[in-house]
Design a protein around this ligand. Structure first.
Ligand SMILES: [Zn+2]
Length: 155
């Protein structure tokens, strides 16, 4: 999404957790603890991915997008489908998105990334990030960059 800004990538932290697990310093019970709420959110609002679960390797991961922000009022803290986010971004000035990956097979879950969305990014921002994207080209190229980043996160 072209209006994403202040993106924080948690793939390093995820790799650290997986290393701890391999080394036996944490158990699968500690990391495969998705709550019933998170699993429901994954079922009803989740975005399927083609990325295998790093723990059980039998299911693909589902991404859940949680939204936070004062302007959202009662919707704050709820999960939204990926398709709903651009619509919300046109109506709300600014809100935070947290992306969580969940495995519905073994309950593995971890924060993937967080970023800001909202109308503020469409009308030019102080950081200049979205403006540079706009110069860079089409929405299609933006998506390409996103999937490239996801592939890097898997390494
Ligand atoms: Zn799994």
């Amino acid at each position: 999404m072209r209006t994403q800004r202040q993106v924080v990538d948690y793939s390093l932290r995820k790799r650290a957790v997986l290393r701890e697990l391999l080394a036996g310093r944490v158990g699968t019970y500690d990391v495969c603890d998705a709550s019933p709420y998170l699993k429901n959110a994954a079922r009803f609002h989740g975005e399927p991915t083609d990325e295998r679960c790093p723990i059980c390797r039998s299911e693909n991961l589902t991404h859940v997008h949680y939204i936070y922000g004062d302007e959202l009022r009662q919707s704050a803290g709820q999960a939204r489908t990926l398709a709903e986010l651009p619509v919300l971004a046109m109506t709300v000035r600014e809100f935070q998105v947290f992306v969580v990956e969940v495995c519905l097979g073994c309950d593995w879950n971890h924060l993937v990334e967080q970023y800001l969305l909202g109308r503020d990014g469409l009308t030019g921002s102080p950081e200049g990030g979205p403006d540079q994207d706009a110069v860079g080209g089409t929405a299609a190229s933006g998506n390409g960059a996103g999937s490239r980043r996801r592939r890097e996160a898997q390494r």
